[in-house]
Write a protein that binds this ligand. Structure first.
Ligand SMILES: [Zn+2]
Length: 402
């Protein structure tokens, strides 16, 4: 359930609260990516300690390993992982896409949105072979070569067994290189799948054998970067009776395209339900999305960047520094003297560079904790700015426009 607490007079930005069976989330909020029920390198307690309130895992990956029945037998994602707070699961539509159409076009979703972004590493964790039909998606496991079929109904069942608080239906992601006709056909199929997922979800709603009886199903908007399709998807999905919404698929080829897609979609959605933006997490994008009424967003880039040596520092070029840079070899300062994360309390840039260069395991945890803490503090500031209706001022202070 979503509760709007305040709304900007100057933008679509709003302050809110996402209420789930496992606690509430203050929005706008960053959702940390825990693909396989783990934020890479960091355990659940430490995530809460740096201020994270909600995680998103992936039904596709957890279906392949360890399997939803195993997770269900251990109490669902919450009992299994030890993370007691709110959770989401993505369906795996993006993974099915990423080496289906994405591979066919030689692009991933993020790569094509922000060319040249170092965080846009090609995704290689999806299935090697995919066939899509009206029934669903057939693919071969990258783990053991076994064959799997995802249908809108089977994915809901998998997600019921995983037990996240918010679940997303199977959708077909299109590439930014798909034309209008293909994107329209994929969107229409996603809409038909959405209706099937909703029916399956309602059918399974009262089954006490699932670990979390209080799940919500969000609908996913598609339509690529085409205005007519995005508006149609907003109307169709918006009227279906979902508990909230996620904006998925290709957001075009530039940051301005993303702004336009949000302008075409968010204002048309029911105001009393939450809006999640899938796979976006650059600082500039957070400001732009919040200003357009997005409540939550997830992105694997901040944690992946950390593992690659790139850590956030306000005021540095693009607000980040690269720890492998020779300039930090004898730098005894923390990454950010103003940061209150455990890494900045104890470690110098020089030491982190050494850990990073030598591949010491502690490095991954330390760098990840810093980047996550940076984001939770940024979101604290963003919420404060929305409450005071001064988001544009905060964005300008960071060097961005809304
Ligand atoms: Zn720090």
């Amino acid at each position: 359930m979503f509760r709007e607490l305040a709304r900007s007079q100057r933008t679509e930005a709003r302050l809110g609260e996402l209420l789930t069976a496992h606690g509430s989330v203050r929005t706008p909020a960053f959702v940390a990516v825990a693909t396989r029920a783990s934020v890479k390198a960091v355990e659940a307690d430490a995530l809460a300690a740096v201020g994270l309130e909600i995680l998103i895992s992936n039904a596709y990956h957890l279906h392949l390993r360890p399997g939803e029945d195993t997770v269900a037998a251990l109490g669902g994602l919450h009992g299994f992982s030890g993370w007691r707070g709110p959770t989401m699961t993505d369906s795996g539509g993006f993974q099915v896409f990423s080496l289906g159409a994405g591979k066919e076009h030689g692009v991933g979703k993020v790569a094509s949105i922000f060319p040249g972004d170092e965080s846009a590493a090609p995704r290689v964790d999806g299935p090697r072979l995919v066939r899509l039909s009206e029934h669903g998606a057939w693919f071969r496991s990258v783990v053991d070569g076994s064959e799997h079929t995802f249908t809108p109904e089977s994915v809901v069942t998998i997600e019921r067994k995983l037990g996240a608080d918010i679940i997303l239906p199977l959708d077909e992601c299109t590439s930014p290189l798909h034309d209008h006709a293909y994107t329209q056909a994929a969107m229409a199929r996603t809409h038909r799948w959405a209706a099937r997922a909703l029916a399956a979800f309602r059918l399974l709603a009262d089954d006490p054998t699932f670990p979390n009886p209080h799940q919500e199903l969000f609908g996913i908007l598609q339509g690529g970067a085409f205005e007519d399709l995005r508006r149609e998807s907003t109307r169709v999905i918006g009227e279906m009776g979902f508990d909230g919404f996620a904006i998925g698929g290709s957001l075009g080829r530039s940051k301005d395209d993303m702004r336009r897609v949000l302008d075409w979609t968010v204002p048309g959605l029911p105001a009393d339900k939450a809006r999640h933006l899938l796979g976006i997490g650059e600082i500039e994008d957070l400001f732009a999305a919040v200003a357009r009424g997005v409540d939550t967003f997830d992105c694997a880039a901040p944690t992946r960047m950390a593992r690659n040596g790139s850590v956030f520092l306000r005021g540095a070029p693009r607000h980040r520094i690269h720890l492998r840079n020779a300039a930090y070899r004898l730098d005894d300062r923390p990454i950010d003297p103003d940061c209150d994360c455990p890494t900045c309390a104890s470690a110098s840039r020089a030491y982190l560079q050494h850990l990073c260069r030598t591949g010491e395991l502690a490095y991954y945890r330390m760098a990840t904790l810093h980047n996550l803490r940076f984001l939770t503090r940024l979101l604290d500031d963003i919420r404060e700015a929305v409450a005071a209706d001064r988001l544009a001022d905060l964005a300008a202070a960071w060097g961005f426009r809304l």
